[in-house]
Design a protein. Structure first.
Length: 138
């Protein structure tokens, strides 16, 4: 889901006031979990790794799954990506507006998210050990 800049601030305020809002999914990055035009409930509950979250990314609203949490000293980051996409991003806790209520945290999409998180951890470990990360991992 993406929405024009400015909509993020309005959504953040509405969520703070009521504790939950309905948003309409646009785009296909969360297929098969969410479909274009589907309305979903977003609550101010703090999401965990594996949950789908509404987040603000550079002024735009996105609905993505949180695939990993990274502790970097005093800072915390979440790796997020769409269930139907291979692109990912980083978000701080302040960028996460709420949890999207999609029913269950289990299933193929959540499993894929956990596998991506494992792959990111293995890649970070290999890099820390000084091993090159070139080539394909298939």
């Amino acid at each position: 889901m993406t929405a024009e800049p400015g909509k993020a601030l309005e959504t953040r305020l509405r969520l703070r006031e009521s504790g939950r809002i309905l948003v309409t999914v646009s785009g296909g990055c969360m297929i098969p979990t969410l479909r274009e035009g589907q309305q979903v409930l977003v609550t101010v509950k703090r999401p965990r790794v594996g949950d789908v979250a509404l987040l603000e990314a550079r002024g735009w609203l996105e609905i993505h799954r949180l695939v990993a949490r990274i502790d970097a000293g005093p800072r915390e980051w979440f790796v997020h990506m769409g269930d139907g996409s291979f692109e990912f991003g980083l978000a701080g806790p302040q960028d996460i507006l709420g949890r999207v209520e999609v029913g269950t945290r289990r299933g193929p999409a959540a499993c894929r998210a956990h596998l991506w998180a494992l792959g990111l951890r293995v890649g970070a470990l290999l890099r820390r050990m000084g091993l090159p990360l070139s080539g394909h991992f298939c």
